[in-house]
Design a protein around this ligand. Structure first.
Ligand code: C2O
Ligand code: CU
Length: 461
């Protein structure tokens, strides 16, 4: 049995946390004892493996945004400093934090203009794999690089021999590494526009070393604006231990799990015992499956077993009271309504293609938009969602977690989540307790869908 105490004794804990990962995983970990400065800026980076791309956006020094590591329940503070030529904000995706910290322009905070700053402070209540991104001119800012990982650690998390976190996303580049138009209107009205260069941690199919016969916690976060992944792991056995930042009740084998933009999965991976053996993570959702990242077994075999993984603690999410819950019907549909007036600093795409309950969101504007519905603080609700379109929509709620309780597509995974990918023509019931006051955005995380109408918000008072 691997316990934290055993690893502490052997010094293994160091290798399992920030410092060691920085060396092996190639990303920077920021541990937030003091306020973290996140400076949004432009940079240049090699993303396709050969050409330098100008106009990449990031926070801080690296082309890849820092991986923030925060302790569950402990105060975290970040100062967003804007060195971009346009306004921005930060939204902390999946975190159940106060509304004023949620990063949505007009609804929860003003834009942060160039050379201005905004202070975020909160104590994340849930441990797991989360991420952060702007909520202003989102298609461009996320498309150009502003998608970072935020890992909330529970000191009682099971200890692994190794950990790798992968930030999965594409880039829209031409053959010379230059950014091309972020979207095509006809694709925005369908699946969304796909990138041309597919990366993990800002590299095409990177390779990582992991201890032979060891247990690796592999955190996968889909921060792409469009792409749905169907994950297959070749060469190793793996169990899904958490989805969208929340533990699953019973870990299950990774068997072609499909996840959409915004979603995360945590895997316990048992590396093969043979030194040099290769493990490949594939996305098989595309016509031509491709390698997302690879892992090579190194060192003397550790002889672990998947059964050695102790369960993750449940997060303290309030159980909805299903008997007393109010049902809210919600319909996702296409719309042909006229283009929105572009009075939004936060980037209108100039089209309406989608609607929630027949209303296309008019953009982030100073004029108050009516909420989809008003929820009473402390009451339980069932969002009865119907997808009237032939496309999948990873629908995302800010500020509160919900669980799927029934779907026309068969059994649902009953874990808490912030994003549910509803399939074409599916109807699903999502239950939640409205325990966080404020205006909470509800939108599709295919950003072109979000930005062309499939957005609204709930008011909890
Ligand atoms: Cu990651 Cu409003 O979303
Ligand atoms: Cu959508």
């Amino acid at each position: 049995m691997i316990t934290r105490r055993n690893l502490l004794k052997t010094g293994g804990l160091i290798a399992a946390s920030g410092a060691g990962l920085g060396l092996l995983g190639g990303y920077r970990a920021v541990r937030a004892a003091a306020p973290v400065e996140l400076k949004a800026r432009e940079t240049a980076a090699v993303l396709d493996g050969t050409a330098l791309t100008e106009g990449v956006m990031t926070w801080n020094d690296g082309p890849e945004p820092p991986v923030l590591r925060v302790r569950q329940g402990e105060p975290f503070a970040a100062r967003l400093v804007n060195a971009l030529a346009e306004p921005t904000t930060i939204h902390w995706h999946g975190l159940r934090i106060p509304n004023a910290m949620d990063g949505v322009p007009f609804l929860t905070q003003p834009y942060v203009y160039r050379d201005q700053s905004f202070d975020y402070a909160f104590a994340p209540p849930d441990a797991g794999t989360f991420w952060y991104h702007p909520h202003c001119n989102t298609l461009t800012q996320m498309g150009r690089g502003l998608t970072g990982l935020l890992i909330v650690e529970n000191p009682d998390d099971p200890v692994f021999d190794h950990e790798v976190a992968l930030n999965l996303r594409d880039w829209r580049l031409d053959g010379q590494g230059r950014f091309i138009a972020q979207f095509k209107p006809r694709d925005a009205a369908r699946t969304g526009t796909f990138g041309t260069v597919k990366t993990a941690n800002w590299q095409v199919a990177p390779r990582y070393d992991a201890p032979a016969g060891g247990l690796m916690r592999l955190r996968l976060a889909i921060t792409d604006v469009t792409r749905i992944y169907r994950f297959v792991l070749e060469g190793a056995a793996a169990l899904v231990i958490a989805l969208d930042g929340n533990p699953v009740a019973v870990p299950f084998p990774l068997d072609r799990l499909e996840l959409g933009p915004g979603q995360r999965v945590d895997l316990a991976v048992l590396m093969p015992p043979e030194e040099g053996a290769a493990v490949r993570l594939l996305n098989t959702r595309t016509t031509h499956p491709y390698e997302v990242a690879g892992f090579r077994a190194v060192g003397q075999p550790l002889g672990r077993a998947l059964g050695d993984v102790t369960p993750l603690d449940a997060n303290p999410v309030a159980e909805p009271d299903l008997d007393a819950a109010t049902v809210i019907p919600l319909e996702l549909s296409a719309t042909a309504e006229a283009a929105p007036a572009d009075n939004s600093f936060c980037g209108s795409l100039g089209y309406n293609f989608w609607a929630i309950n027949k209303v296309p969101w008019s953009g982030d504007t100073p004029e108050p938009h009516a909420p989809i519905d008003e929820l009473k603080l402390g009451r339980s609700y069932i969002l009865e969602l119907a997808n009237r379109t032939p496309h999948a929509h990873p629908i995302h709620l800010h500020g509160m977690s919900f669980r799927a309780i029934a779907s026309t597509n068969g059994p649902v995974l009953p874990h808490f989540t912030d994003t549910y990918m509803i399939r074409p023509d599916e109807r699903v019931r999502l239950a939640l307790k409205a325990d966080n006051p404020g205006d909470w955005v509800f939108h599709c995380h295919v950003i072109e869908h979000q930005k062309t109408g499939m957005t609204g918000f709930f008011r909890v008072t």
